[in-house]
Design a binder for this molecule. Structure first.
Ligand SMILES: C[S@@+](CC[C@H](N)C(=O)[O-])C[C@H]1O[C@@H](n2cnc3c(N)ncnc32)[C@H](O)[C@@H]1O
Length: 299
């Protein structure tokens, strides 16, 4: 239940001019949704398309997203004030460049676009070299994301991107909205961080959208195994504790996670749980699409 705070506010002086604009905290979310500029594993486009009712109509405080990826929900909502964070430094560097210098990025992508259309194998040359400047690194990241196999992001043990080339031939697309993407990011603080300190900055009235990698707890033959090295079961427990602290501070929360009993068991008292279905393309199978259930947690 949201408290009505207006009775505690000091009385306004008599108006001598036109009334001031509405305070930022009561402004509605602008209705000019955008699609992400990245293709990202676990992207939440399906949530926006099929379950829009789960998203807030209005955000009183800040929008905070600690597992940013392609930021599908952020670009859809276009909040006035946001903190966007991810542990992937290349990803955050690309966002910063789009925010700060989208024209310079498009100029570099145009070069990649032409060269890729002449010789797609050049993908492997670009993949093997890390450029010296931030704008060149961001353009490389975007080029690889747009031409790699299925938009997958995967690195080897040395941290080198190792996804093979995909079948896409275009780097720049007619539907690209670089100035709009840059504008949407103008009021966003970008952070390259683990999720925990980001969740801990959320306060009453903020809206937290949390979409972690879907790790579950397996117990096979008496041994506990983790299905992912990158985001361990310990991270899921750490996340649940951070979420509980945020809930107690009065933060609004929407989380998507794996619909698995191990994950469900982490969100008891104070959290609401529901399942939503999404369709997923299964490549190479004639049936084409299967339905998956995902867990949605709110307070
Ligand atoms: C499922 S994706 C988020 C997808 C995003 N909602 C979208 O629409 O594209 C999960 C993200 O969490 C990030 N991540 C993994 N471990 C993390 C950690 N410990 N702290 C913060 N981010 C992390 C990954 O880099 C990845 O971008």
């Amino acid at each position: 239940m949201q408290k009505n705070l207006t009775s505690k506010l000091p009385k306004a002086p008599l108006p001598v001019q036109a009334p001031k604009k509405q305070a930022r905290s009561t402004a509605p979310v602008p209705q000019v949704p955008l699609k992400p500029f990245l293709k990202w594993p676990g992207g939440k486009r399906w949530l926006i398309e099929d379950h829009r009712d789960l998203l807030p109509k209005r955000i009183n405080g800040r929008y905070i997203e600690p597992f940013l990826g392609s930021g599908a929900v952020f670009f859809h909502l276009r909040p006035r004030e946001a903190i966007l964070s991810d542990i992937n430094s290349e990803l955050i560097e690309a966002y910063s460049a789009v925010k700060r210098a989208h024209r310079a990025i498009v100029a570099r992508l145009s070069v990649h676009h032409v060269q890729h259309s002449i010789d797609p194998e050049r993908y492997y040359d670009v993949r093997s070299e890390i450029p010296a400047t931030a704008n060149d690194r961001a353009a490389r990241m975007l080029y690889l994301n747009r031409t790699c196999f299925n938009g997958i992001y995967r690195v080897n043990q040395k941290g080198e991107f190792n996804v093979p080339r995909g079948s896409k031939t275009k780097v720049l697309m007619p539907e690209d909205m670089w100035p709009e993407w840059s504008k949407a990011l103008r009021n966003a603080q970008l952070r390259n961080s683990d999720f925990e300190p980001i969740i801990d900055t959320a306060r009453q009235g903020d809206f937290l959208f949390v979409d972690p990698p879907y790790t579950v707890h397996h117990n096979m033959n008496g041994f506990i195994k983790y299905n992912e090295v990158m985001f361990s079961w310990d991270d899921q427990i750490r996340l649940a504790k951070a979420m509980d602290r945020a809930r107690k501070r009065g933060v609004r929360i929407l989380m998507t996670n794996a619909n698995h009993e191990s994950v469900r068991s982490l969100y008891g008292k104070g959290f609401k749980q529901a399942t939503v279905s999404r369709f997923s393309s299964v490549s190479g199978k004639s049936e084409g699409r299967s339905s998956f259930e995902e867990l949605v947690i709110t307070i």
